[in-house]
Design a protein around this ligand. Sequence first.
Ligand SMILES: Cc1cc2nc3c(=O)[nH]c(=O)nc-3n(C[C@H](O)[C@H](O)[C@H](O)COP(=O)(O)O)c2cc1C
Length: 398
Amino acid sequence: MGDSNRADGGGPTDRTAREQPGEPPESRKPTAGQRGRETGVAERLGLDALSPLSRRRRWVGGKHPWRVSASLFPGEGTPTEQAQFLVRYAVLAPSSHNTQPWLFNVTGDEIRLFADLERWLTVADPDKRELYVSLGAALENLLVAADHFGLGYEVEYLPGSDSAHASTVRLSAGDSQASETSDEASDRRDSRLFETIPNRRTNRSRYQERPVPREDLRVLQEACAEADVRLQFVADPAKVDALADLSSRADRRQFADPNYRRELGRWIGRGAFGDSWLEAKLGKYLMTYLNVGGQQARKDAGLMRATPLVAVIRTQSDGRRGQIRAGQVFQRVSLRATVLGVQTHPMSAMLEIPSLRRELTGLLGQPEWTPQHLFRLGYAGGVSEVSPRRPAEAVLVD
Ligand SMILES: Cc1cc2nc3c(=O)[nH]c(=O)nc-3n(C[C@H](O)[C@H](O)[C@H](O)COP(=O)(O)O)c2cc1C
């Protein structure tokens, strides 16, 4: 077991001990967690177990969900049909290792969002922080889409005793801003954010030195409306340098752990990062059996040092609610950045190792605000390829 687990006092088998005090217990499987509805011909014929391509489709999906068209919204449809349509936007959210750890249950105008615990990264993310940040990103896409189609919404976080049930969204005809129970961030969601959902990508290339203009920084800062969530920018070269050092140390420690490499290799092998079948298989074996930690550390530290701006999302509490809301802010900021032509790239390794996460907090100051997510921002030369997604039909459960 790697340092990321040891430093926290136990491995994945110790996971129940990691639940937040005062939070409901988390079942191993989501209550609505049966397999999503199958879509492909092979699946319908029951060939899923036989075909590597259909297995891959089940785990990471394909690229077609990105071709979503707002003109297909069932304006005259039932509340259930409208709610299901919004899920097409939710699935385009970013997630750690592109695990897409979400399931949705739609009943009438109610959408329940669940963690799909089969997709939890037990080694890289033993305390499930990234799992909930990813769920928050999907929730934000859903709300941006609801807003665009003129639907009101109320969001309830962790509504039941099962904390795999991350939130329930209740839709209503009409604008959420007019409703008394208005979500505090509803006025930060607009049609430009909606239209850019299919254009947002993680961009891992080296960013140009050109700084993000002050006016754009203000716009990005305003995207965070939540009083219990903070968006902190780091542009001071000395601090960025210290972040590069943390990133490098985190990479070396993680890649030295065969379990970490095996887990990452498994997702690479499934094609989570959009590689061809052959690249994915080769990548899986290289990742699993070679320790490329030194190389990765140098690469990531170089990317960090060259970047004009780093952002850290911090919350007042380190509970699940805060993590979901951090994910919402991340997605809203990423969409706004995309509108402004600014690229984003999360770099989580230093948050995944408790001792380095504490060092990060010390570096940032204000220890009462817990860092939940960290990403580079800047201008990239090229455009990134889309990564695959499970279609809405595959993540809708009864
Ligand atoms: C919580 C979270 C943590 C992430 N951490 C990293 C990271 O450490 N390194 C990285 O390259 N990408 C990271 N990503 C980006 C994902 O790999 C990316 O969202 C996923 O592969 C899907 O690609 P897309 O964002 O281009 O749609 C993270 C994303 C989320 C939501």
